[in-house]
Design a protein around this ligand. Structure first.
Ligand SMILES: [Zn+2]
Length: 278
């Protein structure tokens, strides 16, 4: 009657932080979003899930993409958001995200990808996904996500959990979970104590009979390759490509998701132009 996921995403959040040179608030927003994206990815059998946090705050949005095998990638619009801690002494993720929409696109290789959107409720990511699951997927859910950043901007801990009531959950279970929810500690507290995802689930759902069904490693992994970026160079068209060759004599493309740089020499660009003309 209850389905739950718990994740430790410290290392992958730190890799994203390093690749994108993220400031603490940006690390927190991206780490939290990637954590839930991995859960969304684990819910599908194959394909990918894209999450877009579209807010009007100084972070200028978050975009992530996860697959069903524990791989995630993502970036924020502005990695250098520098805001003071809020009144509670926390990183002001909601303020950085601002007001806007949360979009979830599940592409399972079918004709039409599934799309769901809800307005952002606080921009704190956890609340927003809880609202998304409840309103858009009709699955009442508790979402706890958190990222702690060290003074040197590296990630101390990151992770989260999603607890969902499945159709047919008895009133007794619902009441029990509702009573327990306000008592749940922040996930960062549990992670700082060195608790594993399994231990976190046992802790959060102590009153229930927890059975661990699946374990999966999670990674920051991008799908970009030089061949894929060749396609985007071809897509700019003959005229633009010719201009690039004449004026710049080279091209350097950077993948938004992972900051990997790809260099194209004049000869390579001319070959692409040649392919285009054929
Ligand atoms: Zn990439």
């Amino acid at each position: 009657m209850i389905r739950a996921f718990a994740l430790q995403t410290t290392r992958l959040t730190d890799e994203a932080r390093r690749r994108h040179d993220l400031y603490p608030v940006a690390s927190a927003a991206l780490g939290r979003t990637m954590t839930v994206s991995l859960v969304l990815g684990a819910m599908i059998k194959s394909g990918s899930v894209t999450v877009q946090v579209q807010g009007d705050g100084s972070l200028k949005g978050v975009l992530t993409s996860a697959d069903s095998e524990g791989n995630v990638r993502g970036y924020v619009g502005n990695p250098y958001v520098d805001l003071p801690l809020n009144a509670k002494g926390k990183l002001p993720v909601g303020e950085a995200v601002g007001e806007g929409m949360l979009h979830v696109i599940r592409d399972m290789g079918l004709k039409e990808p599934y799309r769901g959107s809800v307005p952002l409720s606080s921009g704190e990511i956890g609340d927003d996904f809880a609202y998304y699951f409840t309103a858009s997927e009709q699955t009442p859910s508790i979402v706890g996500v958190g990222v702690l950043v060290n003074p040197d901007r590296s990630i101390q801990v990151a992770g989260g959990y999603v607890i969902q009531l499945l159709p047919g959950a008895s009133d007794e279970i619902i009441t029990q979970l509702e009573q327990r929810t306000p008592l749940l500690p922040p996930v960062t507290t549990l992670l700082c104590k060195g608790k594993s995802p399994e231990e976190i689930l046992h802790h959060l759902l102590a009153d229930f009979n927890v059975e661990i069904k699946t374990k999966m490693p999670v990674h920051f992994a991008c799908l970009c390759t030089k061949e894929r970026l060749e396609q985007s160079l071809i897509a700019i068209g003959e005229e633009e490509l010719q201009t690039l060759i004449t004026e710049d004599e080279q091209a350097e493309l950077v993948c938004h998701f992972c900051e990997e740089h790809y260099f194209f020499s004049k000869v390579e660009l001319e070959e692409l132009l040649h392919t285009l003309k054929e």
